[in-house]
Design a protein around this ligand. Structure first.
Ligand code: GDP
Length: 365
């Protein structure tokens, strides 16, 4: 399953945000194959189209796409060298697809900051440095090993060494590996190194309740935004403590609460959506009488691959996909009407699936 890891210094609001995620999350019982790990929270990917499809098709059940957040505690200054919980957290970060970096942007005298004052710039640098140092350590080990093999003119080792020779100086200068650019040949080599600083990052600015609707007035948020802009990363504004309350409300009270906060969508929903985008994921739907369901696929996938997400047999025996865009289906009101209007396409093996496609796969068994 897709997962984002929540990182940040102590006392920035990670646990509070993670509690909100758990409270808002799906019932584990509905997902029998999901792993039950107290540090993992599974949430539904918010998508209004799914509700609209449910109204149109009236299926027996509706199944949203899901997304997981992992709470990664324990990064403090010196963690890469074994401080605090040491580098236990590292194995958790290796497993996530993206990193949500929570940054404290609220002032509260009663809540101690590890460095004595709220300072997002130095907080971000502290976390980044630990990740960079961890990568540097594994790159150095690897470099020595690969350099030896490369001397024998082994082709793979020579190619890998060239990549390592770009990565090493960058890390030594404190730069994350994701800031480097790679050719099509190099990219898979980099990926195979499982470095922490290759993961895409999303900043979560945790602000006070009164700042949620107008974060521009918060100086700390400006600092986070400037850093993010340089890295082409995105910033999501949340008030973690408010999110925890929102997660417990029913739909109606929730609307009211959001209105009172002055926002249209909860910070958590914004975060889920942004994480999903960050990873280049999109959604296609299947819409039958039994079940209307959202499926997560990676943008650029062809129809057979996308079908394989449902079942490997769908990919192996793929014949074609009856496809209609969500917009067309909505406008015409039913599959039949969309068909009569010629809006249902028969797509083959080379079709690149689009976000919002409603698909029915035909396959050989
Ligand atoms: P963690 O160490 O990063 O997991 O931080 P916690 O989630 O435990 O939060 C540390 C303290 O900050 C707790 O007392 C929280 O109640 C408080 N806190 C978390 N989020 C907010 C927030 O948005 N506003 C304010 N004022 N306090 C918060």
């Amino acid at each position: 399953s897709l997962t984002a890891g929540i990182v940040g210094l102590p006392n920035v609001g990670k646990s509070t945000l993670f509690n909100a995620i758990t409270k808002a999350g799906v019932e584990a019982a509905n997902y029998p194959f999901a792993t039950i790990d107290p540090n993992v929270g599974m949430v539904e990917v918010p998508d209004n189209r799914l509700e609209e499809l449910t109204k149109l098709v009236k299926p027996k059940k509706t199944v949203p796409a899901t997304f997981e957040f992992t709470d990664i505690a324990g990064i403090v200054k010196g963690a890469s060298k074994g401080e605090g919980l040491g580098n236990q957290f590292l194995s958790h970060i290796r497993q996530v697809d993206a990193i949500c970096h929570v940054v404290r942007c609220f002032d509260d005298e009663n809540i101690t900051h590890v460095d004595g004052e709220v300072n997002p710039k130095s907080d971000i640098e502290t976390i980044d440095l630990e990740l960079v140092l961890t990568d540097l350590e594994s790159v150095e080990k690897r470099y020595n090993r690969v350099a030896k093999v490369a001397k024998t003119k082994d082709k793979d080792a020579v190619a890998e060494l060239a990549v390592l020779e770009k990565i090493k100086p960058a890390l030594e200068a404190g730069q994350p590996v994701r800031s480097l650019e790679w050719s099509d040949d190099e990219a898979p080599i980099v990926k195979g190194m499982f470095l922490l600083t290759t993961k895409p990052v999303l900043y979560v600015a945790n602000v006070a309740e009164e700042d949620v609707s107008d974060p521009e007035g918060n100086h700390h948020v400006q600092v986070v935004k400037e850093i993010a802009a340089k890295e082409k990363a995105k910033v999501i504004i949340v008030c973690a403590s408010a999110e925890e309350e929102i997660a417990e409300l029913d739909a109606e009270d929730r609307e009211e609460f959001l209105e009172a906060l002055g926002i249209e969508e909860s910070g958590l929903d914004q975060l889920i959506r942004a994480s999903y985008d960050l990873l280049g994921y999109a959604t296609y739907f299947t819409a039958g009488e039994q079940e209307v369901r959202a499926w997560t696929f990676k943008k650029g996938m062809k129809a057979p691959q996308a079908a394989g997400i449902i079942h490997t047999d769908f990919e192996k025996g793929f014949i074609r996909a009856e496809t209609v865009s969500f917009e067309d289906l909505k406008n015409y009101g039913s599959m039949l009407a969309a068909k009569e209007a010629g809006r249902v396409r028969l797509e083959g093996k080379e079709y690149i699936v689009q976000d919002g496609d409603v698909m029915l796969f035909r396959f050989n068994v």
